[in-house]
Design a binder for this molecule. Sequence first.
Ligand SMILES: Cc1ncc(C[n+]2csc(CCOP(=O)(O)OP(=O)(O)O)c2C)c(N)n1
Ligand code: SF4
Length: 303
Amino acid sequence: MSAECPLSPEVFTAKDYRSSLKPIWCPGCGDYGVVTAIYRALTAIGRPPHEIAFISGIGCSSRIPGYTTAYGFNTVHGRALPIAQGIKMANPGLLVLVAGGDGDGFSIGGGHVPHAIRRNLDLTYLVMDNQVYGLTKGQLSPTSPRGTKTASSLHGSMEDPVNPLLYVLAYGAGFVAQGVPADMEGLAKMIEEAIRYPGFAFVNIQSPCITYGEPETQLKTQKTRMRKLAAEGHDVTNRLRAMELAQEYGRTLYTGVFYRNPAPPPTYESLIRERQRELQDKIPALEEPLDSNGTENVEIAAG
Ligand SMILES: Cc1ncc(C[n+]2csc(CCOP(=O)(O)OP(=O)(O)O)c2C)c(N)n1
Ligand code: SF4
């Protein structure tokens, strides 16, 4: 932190974004790596913590905002996006981050995702996709692969999983990426890029649940399974190719940016301000219905 002005330091370090709360995740949970990547991304962005609002739903991963020094709101299961949108509309100057699990975002909250995308507020949505409900002790989640055996599916699930990457690409998200805590540098960089994207940005983070997750999703295997899109020469402006690659979700662990809209459209909050300015001139000046004593203005009342 700069010594000159403690209220508005010019340079922030990761510890300026780390709260004094000690995480209570299981030892080895992928979310430890995710929150570290978030500290790094925020350090690179350099906004003071009081200019950041971090909103989450309910779940192990939804605890993340509490471990940062940003303003935080641990809302209701599946309702982080509507609340984040309201906050951003009320105060567009805030940097608004949203976090939650795959259950929070793609089962109970799944209906909110398309609308947040088509409205295109400048939000960064981080989903900790561990393919299981962690907080409630390991039931099937919407991204659990077919056949997964859990406490709620003793004989194996009989449904195909939701594909979060294809889901958000199909609805027109302007920035779509996937990361893993096993590649901390890559994850921090893509969260930073998502924050810098001027519009709705989505990062699917394969964050392993060490307690209820499948062995092939764990950090050690991520390192051997991951394939960096940048190394494959992927053109991030090619949306159709991004959708093709996204179909590999659950089979090939691609990491990096799938899609970045090269010509970001205006955000919802900027359109609202524009509409307000247009209408401002058209609103007739209101006469005071009450005089300074609080009694009815008889001239107006008489019409
Ligand atoms: C309305 C409502 N329904 C159900 C729950 C119970 N519940 C809390 S967290 C959760 C799922 C958690 O899984 P996920 O969102 O994937 O996050 P994780 O814990 O894996 O990070 C459920 C079903 C709740 N709190 N509120
Ligand atoms: S239950 Fe899973 S997701 Fe929750 S803290 Fe433990 S390892 Fe992490």
